[in-house]
Design a protein around this ligand. Sequence first.
Ligand code: PAN
Ligand code: ZN
Length: 186
Amino acid sequence: TPPLRPFQITFDAATAVVDPAGPVLTRRMADLEGLFRDQRAWQELRGSEKVVYSVHSSPVPETPRELPQSITTISPGELSGELFMTKGHQHPDPQGEIYLGLTGTGGLLLFDGAEHAWLDMSPGTIGYIPPGWAHRSVNVSADEPYRFLAVYPGSAGHDYQWVLDHGMGARAVRLGDAFELVPYGG
Ligand code: PAN
Ligand code: ZN
């Protein structure tokens, strides 16, 4: 592929439309196997058409030295109290990443294999993900989508099995009008 020329990308924070557009990914319950605490409830809903989250990417490719970007939108919702979330992953080539909150309220759960961390995210917040920290995003609002922009090194890669093997250190669970973090296994 020829080197990229400088170009402009516009996005609409209200709709997640990226122009020019790259790949769009849609995640439903069926795509989230083994991630929610209540596996029985997940089984019952695995055929659901409801979109848990979507990812709109720009056309910048995931290749070394490039800086791809994507906008993730997580629907409001929960499964047996556990808030709607992304799968979460580790970058096999440990490199940093930044998230910028666009709309709604959410959280960035990070886990380095021993310790977890939580960053509150809202419009204007930059969440910094240091190299070596697995990361998952959560929508903490009961009625509004949570949307953020991610910028990451094109050679970082995405390891989803790591989260299935190691967990994320904690889970975000609804508690009245708010939420709490509970131990991953509990
Ligand atoms: C983000 C994530 C995006 C979707 O662009 O890929 O929010 O989450 P999952 O990839 O965990 O399904 C990012 O962190 N890229 O590196
Ligand atoms: Zn990432």
